[in-house]
Design a protein around this ligand. Structure first.
Ligand code: GLC
Length: 424
């Protein structure tokens, strides 16, 4: 517990938490949601501050960027000069999984009256962000939103993006420009070819002035990511609950939630036994099985759907020493050392565990928790871990791993899953 606390304190930059020193020297959107869960165990006030700092980066449109560049640091690429977003503080121009409303609800439930007062400030800001996503990323009103860059999914180089990325041209740049491989061995990071495509998309959005509708229309990468959508709907549900607690009208979040949960069924793949993302350019589900396909467990699903999904979960669990691998452990694209192509990630264990708890699968949830604790106690607070050997990989002294560990070891309040039921 002390060691986890030391990681968060070392990564604290006066009110926000960097994911890791050196490798990620700014504030990242979904990382901060997880960091706040850890801070909540140590210092509730600091947890609220984490989220407030994040909203300093919110645009007038409601958009929340995936990075807020609070201070200068030449140790990260692509930095603010590449994004060219002229704001103070500067930000990136793409987003990340919208995992904040459940965190605010969690903080409210841990604290009392005072927490509700804090949440009052966040509510309109969160609502604006969700509105932005539902309007500008789902212009046809399908109920599901698109991501326009693999980084928006938070699972940067997932095998699920290999096929849609092929459509994206490469924007060649010198390998030495990359800073990540100065901190972490190259075979644990995305390939240079992928990076060149990531950079092409950044320059395209910049040329389009980050106009949300133009970016949606023009992007050669346009995917309905099952992970992003499951988290957005889970957050819509939490937002509805917050509205109700605050005496606001929950109709809008409730509408998104109900429509989205039904629409999500189009991503179900009966043969694979899990959900898959959809490539909007082809209209086809992407034939790749990743941990994102289990995240709909956070939502209300039919018992037959849950039964099949849990059977797939158990089949994967039988192939990995440590849960939960980020890609199917028997698939040809499984790479147990490379980033989102096989390794175990702490926040995914946390999210899947709460999804399983929602549906009553306590044993599986307990294994996710135990495995993560074993990984941390065996290898330290790493960015991710080898699912077969338990070796720590990527960055060290990593905030979200320390935060999840703290939340699991020292947390008193359960995470708010399935709360939408009676009120929504
Ligand atoms: C990587 C991860 C992303 C995370 C970021 C900072 O880009 O893929 O999910 O938010 O690092 O930790």
């Amino acid at each position: 517990m002390k060691a986890a606390e030391a990681v968060l304190r070392a990564n604290d930059r006066d009110g926000y938490t960097v994911p890791a020193q050196g490798l990620y020297p700014f504030q990242w959107l979904w990382d901060s949601g997880f960091a706040a869960l850890g801070w909540a165990v140590l210092d509730e006030e600091r947890a609220w501050l984490e989220l407030e700092r994040l909203f300093l980066g919110q645009w007038e449109s409601g958009f929340l960027p995936h990075i807020v560049f609070h201070q200068e640091d030449s140790g990260y690429f692509p930095g603010p000069e590449v994004w060219g977003v002229r704001r103070d503080p500067p930000t990136s121009g793409i987003t990340q999984p919208p995992f904040l409303a459940p965190v605010v609800l969690h903080l409210v439930r841990r604290s009392s009256e005072r927490g509700l007062e804090r949440a009052r400030w966040f509510y309109p800001h969160l609502l604006a962000f969700h509105r932005f996503l539902h309007r500008h990323r789902d212009p046809g009103g399908s109920g599901l939103v698109a991501v326009l860059h693999p980084w928006e999914t938070g699972m940067d180089n997932s095998p699920a993006w290999d096929l849609p990325l092929k459509r994206v041209p490469r924007r060649p740049f010198a390998l030495e420009t990359r800073r990540d491989i100065q901190h972490v061995p190259q075979e644990e990071r995305p390939r240079q070819e992928d990076y060149e495509r990531y950079l092409y998309l950044v320059s395209l959005f910049r040329e389009l002035g980050y106009d949300p509708d133009a970016c949606f229309r023009e992007s050669p990468f346009r995917v309905v990511d099952v992970g992003f959508n499951a988290l957005l709907l889970f957050a819509d549900e939490a937002l509805g609950e917050l509205a109700w607690l605050l005496g606001e009208d929950p109709a809008e979040p409730k509408g998104w939630f109900q429509k989205g949960v039904l629409a999500l069924e189009a991503l179900w793949d009966e043969e694979a036994g899990l959900y898959r993302s959809l490539d909007l350019h082809t209209g086809e589900r992407i034939p790749r099985d990743t941990s994102a396909g289990f995240l709909p467990l956070l939502l209300p699903l039919s018992s037959s759907r849950v039964g099949r999904l849990v059977a797939t979960f158990r089949a994967w669990a039988g192939e990995a020493r440590y849960l939960f691998p980020s890609a199917h452990p028997l698939a040809p694209y499984f790479e147990p050392r490379r980033y989102w192509r096989g390794p175990v990630w702490a926040p995914i264990n946390w999210l899947l565990a709460w999804g399983l708890i929602r549906h009553g699968f306590l044993e599986e949830a307990a294994r996710l928790r135990e495995d993560l604790i074993a990984l941390v106690e065996g290898s330290g607070f790493c960015e991710y871990y080898h699912p077969l050997t338990g070796k720590g990989l990527g960055g060290r002294g990593f905030s979200w791993t320390a935060a999840i560990y703290l939340a699991w070891i020292g947390g008193q309040a359960a995470f708010p899953v399935g709360l939408g039921g009676p009120n929504l």
